[in-house]
Design a binder for this molecule. Structure first.
Ligand SMILES: Cc1cc2nc3c(=O)[nH]c(=O)nc-3n(C[C@H](O)[C@H](O)[C@H](O)COP(=O)(O)O)c2cc1C
Length: 284
C-alpha cells in the first residue's frame, strides 16, 4: 500500500530515499590553499560525444566551493571510499560558514599535487585517499541558477584518475571483488544527522543474448580499444564469436592494418582483406 507524502524543499532527502555518492570537491581558495567541500548532488550530465563529458554539481551559491569555482574555473571531484572515519570527517568539513583556513585544520585527508600542475600550484590539490578523481573545468556558458541561493555548475571532465587496481579491473575485465567500496549518502535526514550506508558486494546480471546486444558489446569494446577508428555493425558481427580474451588481438591486427592504409572506417570487406593478406603471409 502506497501513501502520498508531502513534498518539502530538498525532497530527495526530506520526502524520499534517494541514494547519492559522496565526493570531496577540491578547489583553490584565494590564498592558494586547497579547499575540500563534501557534496552529493554531483551526477553525470553530458555522457556522450568526444571531449564533451560533463558532471553537474548542485552547490550552495555562497559556499567556498562555489566561490572558488567561479573565480578559478577549476575543481577536482574526489570520490571518497566507504569508511566511517572518512564520512565523519566529511560531515565536519560540511559545516557551513567556515573559511578554508579554519575548516582545513580539521581535515584528515592527504592532499597531493595535481599532475597537470608542473609544481606551480595553479590547480587544486587531489585527495590521496580517493578511489577515483575527475579533474574538471567549469563551463561558464552553462551556469544555471534554478533556485535562489543555489548554483548548478556544468563541469567538463578533463581527465579521470583511477587507482591502479580499479583501472585494471575496468580495462581488463570486471570481477565482483575488484569493485571499489564507495558509500551511499542518504542525505541530511531528520534535521539532526547525515545518514550513510555501506555498499554490498556487487553482482552481475547478464543481459539476454540477442544478436543486437552482442554486436553492441563488440562495437563498444572496439571503440574503447581505439576511439580514432570506427567499426560498422556488420564488421563487428563478423567477430561476435571470438572469445572475449582474444578480441583485443583481433582489434590490434585490424586497427594496425587500417592505420597503415589510412582507413578510418572498418567494414566487413576491409576485414576480409586483412584476413586474406594474413593467410597469404602465412602461406609464404
Ligand atoms: C555528505 C555531504 C553531502 C553534501 N552535499 C551537498 C550538496 O550536494 N550540495 C550542497 O550545496 N551542499 C552539500 N553539503 C553541504 C556542504 O558540504 C556545505 O555547504 C559546506 O559548507 C560546503 O563546504 P565549502 O563551503 O567548503 O564548499 C553536503 C554535506 C555533506 C556532509
Amino acid at each position: 500500500m502506497f501513501e502520498e507524502i508531502r513534498m518539502l524543499d530538498n525532497f530527495y532527502q526530506t520526502s524520499s530515499f534517494f541514494p547519492m555518492p559522496v565526493v570531496l570537491v577540491s578547489t583553490l581558495a584565494e590564498s592558494g590553499q586547497t579547499n575540500l567541500g563534501p557534496y552529493s548532488l554531483c551526477f553525470p550530465h553530458i555522457i556522450a560525444g568526444e571531449g564533451k563529458y560533463a558532471m553537474m554539481l548542485i552547490c550552495r551559491e555562497d559556499s567556498n566551493t562555489a566561490t572558488n569555482i567561479r573565480r578559478t574555473g577549476m575543481c577536482a571531484i574526489n570520490f571518497i571510499p566507504d569508511e566511517k572515519k572518512y564520512m565523519e570527517n566529511c560531515v565536519t568539513l560540511g559545516f557551513p560558514g567556515e573559511s578554508t583556513e579554519e575548516k582545513m585544520k580539521n581535515s584528515i585527508f592527504t592532499l597531493i599535487p595535481s599532475r597537470r600542475d608542473n609544481g606551480n600550484g595553479e590547480h587544486p590539490e587531489l585527495v590521496e585517499e580517493a578511489v577515483q578523481i575527475f579533474e574538471c573545468t567549469w563551463d561558464e556558458s552553462h551556469e544555471v541558477s534554478l533556485i535562489e541561493g543555489c548554483s548548478n555548475f556544468l563541469l567538463r571532465v578533463d581527465n579521470i584518475l583511477l587507482r591502479r587496481e580499479y583501472r585494471d579491473a575496468i580495462v581488463n575485465g570486471l570481477e565482483a571483488k575488484r569493485f571499489p567500496s564507495l558509500p551511499i549518502d542518504w542525505g541530511f535526514r531528520d534535521n539532526t544527522s547525515f545518514w550513510f550506508a555501506e555498499t554490498k558486494k556487487p553482482y552481475a546480471v547478464d543481459i539476454p543474448k540477442s544478436k543486437g546486444v552482442n554486436v553492441n558489446t563488440v562495437m563498444y569494446a572496439a571503440q574503447r580499444y581505439d576511439p580514432s577508428v570506427e567499426w560498422t555493425p556488420e564488421a563487428c558481427e563478423k567477430i561476435i564469436n571470438v572469445p572475449r580474451i582474444f578480441l583485443k588481438r583481433v582489434f590490434k591486427g585490424v586497427v594496425e592494418a587500417a592505420k597503415t592504409e589510412g582507413v578510418t572506417i572498418i567494414t566487413p570487406e576491409f576485414m576480409d582483406k586483412v584476413r586474406d593478406k594474413r593467410s597469404e603471409e602465412k602461406s609464404n
